[in-house]
Design a protein around this ligand. Structure first.
Ligand code: HXC
Length: 513
């Protein structure tokens, strides 16, 4: 018969040994680099005392002898805002958070659990990449993680938080997830580091310039959320999760907090300037439309000519895609098309209805855009809107010209409700361009070119560039007053709650990538 006292003693000593490894030295190692430890990060990320660790006692594979448990990654599940979430947090203090085969198996285990149980997963990355000592076994570990990232894509929300290095192929697991958070000055991501860049290209750079948080937040578009310190980065993840369902058959959560409507709906009618060429801030429209303080912008600093974000309308989560006239007049270009396309696909995968606020003069012209693939990459947004089966509503607030009109969830692209404000200008092109083409001879022979042109422009606006032709033809369901927009949208989204779309049987479409 087993002696229970011996068994419990062994159990207690193992627990004590585990606790002892988190001593002052452990914390000091990270703190002196201006970083938190994996344990501290988990405490901030999860609701108090809710985290349950699994596989805490595993040891590294092969010849690596150590008294330290865990193999450099803490895995488990807990609650965030009261809802279950799985997580893994790499521990840089153990072999630089490098990914050995056991470390990888631990991550794969929580990935499998999160997917099969239908809960979001958050990865906290702080790692020197593949563990050099373990060679191909660590590469195989990465491959297994990537494979699971892809299997989970569109089934459970996957979030990556970069809080240290993410180098080499290791960047591709975060890249396969839905959102990447980065912390300024301590996080960096690159496929090849500054030393390799110097060796191959003789280019001088450093980690921050090559792959720091600001570069990925504003230039490459790799990271969607950038924060100044780790605490705010982790709290940012908690905030984002408030808008997301746990999986693709779940609905986004209704908050228990009382949401308020914006104070004065009449403000909406005062935002569009008299003159069509004058910019304004589309955020003013968004904030005066959705529930108070509910708009949460995504990819704020990348391709700012388009706004993407989540908000609540009458307490229900919606995704917003809106042109931003304040930046590049709100044109569509390669970056804005890709940014919006990815967001639309995220919303569609996770049952988040989409609201489009449109003021777009067209696609950005020029050889740079053509040569870098505006045809191929602009098509992504067309594809994403067209394919999305969640409720989709467009409100044209000002310009809706040419191909850009079509792209922004127009009626014939599958828009469920398409509204326009009286200030809408819907046409093949803007008045200036149209008048030049249609009246070239008249303008060439005119005594007073400016006066003739202005008269023709005014006639074009009255007869063509307005919302009423589209309204008469049913391409716009209703021209609405700005002050009524919120009420109209709440009612339209309510009508769409039972929307059902039959899909053709196919393996998958072939989105232009
Ligand atoms: C094993 C590693 C390691 C690694 C770091 N360490 N990276 N151990 N495998 N990949 C160890 C160090 O030996 C050191 O151990 C401890 O972690 C801390 O590292 P330092 O270099 O002292 O820290 P720091 O100065 O902050 O530099 C961090 C770093 C650097 C920039 C990440 O360690 C580094 O360049 N590491 C290698 C990065 C890399 O090239 N990884 C492979 C990428 S390729 P001690 O015992 O001294 O404390 C890849 C392939 C994936 O990942 C493929 C997927 C498809």
């Amino acid at each position: 018969m087993k002696d229970n006292r011996i068994q419990f003693k062994k159990y207690t000593s193992r627990k004590e040994q585990l606790e002892a490894q988190y001593n002052w030295e452990y914390f000091a190692k990270q703190h002196k680099k201006g970083k938190l430890t994996a344990r501290e990060r988990i405490e901030i990320l999860f609701d108090e005392n809710s985290f349950e660790e699994i596989d805490a006692f595993v040891k590294p594979a092969g010849d690596i002898t150590t008294n330290v448990f865990g193999d450099g990654v803490i895995c488990g599940h807990g609650k965030i805002n009261g809802r279950k979430v799985f997580a893994f947090a790499q521990d840089f203090t153990f072999m630089g958070g490098s990914l050995g085969s056991v470390h990888a198996e631990k991550i794969m285990k929580v990935q499998d659990m999160a997917l099969s149980m239908g809960h979001p997963i958050v990865g906290l990355i702080d790692s020197g990449g593949a563990r050099i000592q373990e060679g191909v076994a660590s590469l195989a570990g990465y491959a297994g993680i990537f494979h699971r990232n892809v299997k989970s894509s569109g089934v459970i929300p996957q979030i990556s938080i970069i809080l240290g290095p993410a180098a080499g192929g290791a960047v591709y697991s975060p890249a396969l997830t839905d959102f990447i958070f980065m912390c300024r000055h301590t996080a960096y991501m690159f496929v090849t580091g500054p030393d390799v860049v110097k060796e191959v290209l003789n280019e001088d750079t450093n980690s921050e310039e090559l792959g720091g948080a600001d570069i990925h937040g504003s230039k490459s578009g790799v990271a969607q959320f950038i924060y100044d310190d780790e605490e705010h980065t982790l709290l940012g993840v908690r905030k984002l999760l408030q808008y997301l369902p746990s999986n693709n058959v779940d609905l986004p959560p209704i908050t228990e907090m009382e949401m308020e409507a914006p104070e004065n709906p009449n403000k909406l009618g005062l935002i569009i300037p008299e003159e069509a060429t004058i910019p304004y801030d589309m955020l003013d429209i968004i904030k005066n439309l959705v529930d108070k303080n509910s708009f949460h912008e995504i990819s704020e600093c990348f391709a700012a000519n388009i706004i993407t974000g989540l908000a609540r309308l009458d307490n229900k989560v919606i995704g917003i895609v809106a042109n931003q006239p304040k930046v590049l007049a709100g044109v569509l270009d390669i970056n804005s098309a890709e940014k919006a396309a990815r967001f639309v696909r995220f919303c569609d995968a996770f049952n988040i209805p989409i609201l489009v606020l449109e003021d777009v003069p067209g696609f950005l012209p020029g050889s740079n855009q053509e040569h870098t693939g505006i045809i191929r990459r602009g098509a992504k947004l067309l594809y994403a809107f067209s394919e999305a089966s969640v409720p989709k509503i467009t409100v044209i607030v000002r310009k809706a010209y040419g191909g850009a009109y079509i792209v922004m969830n127009s009626k014939n692209m599958g828009g469920d409700f398409n509204f326009a404000w009286p200030t809408a200008e819907i046409a093949v092109m803007g008045p200036e361009g149209a008048v030049k083409i249609l009246h070239r001879k008249k303008l060439a022979n005119a005594d007073n070119v400016d006066e003739t042109k202005n008269k023709l422009i005014s006639k074009y606006k009255d007869n063509i560039a307005n919302p009423y032709i589209a309204d008469e033809k049913g391409y716009v369901d209703e021209v609405i007053e700005p002050a009524n927009t919120r009420v109209k949208l709440i009612s339209a989204f309510e009508a769409l709650e039972n929307k059902y779309m039959e899909k053709n049987a196919k393996k998958h479409g072939n989105i232009p990538l």
